[in-house]
Design a protein around this ligand. Structure first.
Ligand SMILES: [Zn+2]
Length: 126
């Protein structure tokens, strides 16, 4: 079936073929609805891709985690596991109970030890 268009509907109305014109208008309306839905979906997808792209442009991997670099501001670190698996930036929390340089992701519960890691002594003898 050819795509319905406004001119065909107008021509039909001019000829007094109201029933055919109505059919044309109905299919125009259906087409309009499906185009609107498609437009909404494309907008959502576009937003998602834009967000993904902007975070990728500024994201730097420094084992074992990611940093977000914006100009001279270094923000983070962020969980490598969460970002690589679901594109989510989850801020890592310092885990002082494990000592210096230990980090924990509150979402996936992974623990990370960076190059500054030094385990907290189990007992401090004075
Ligand atoms: Zn995580």
């Amino acid at each position: 079936m050819a795509l319905p268009d406004f001119n065909t509907a107008l021509d039909l109305l001019k000829k007094g073929a109201t029933l055919e014109a109505q059919e044309q208008i109905t299919s125009l309306r259906e087409k309009h609805v499906s185009l609107r839905e498609e437009n909404i979906n494309l907008r959502e997808e576009n937003q998602k891709l834009k967000k993904q792209l902007s975070s990728q442009l500024t994201l730097t991997y420094e084992a074992p985690y990611y940093w977000k670099i914006e100009g001279t501001v270094k923000d983070g670190p962020f969980c490598q596991q969460c970002y690589d698996s679901s594109n989510e930036l989850v801020r890592l929390q310092k885990d002082d109970s494990y000592g210096e340089g230990a980090w924990e992701c509150k979402k996936c519960k992974n623990q990370f030890k960076d190059s500054n890691y030094s385990p907290r002594p189990l007992m401090t003898i004075l």
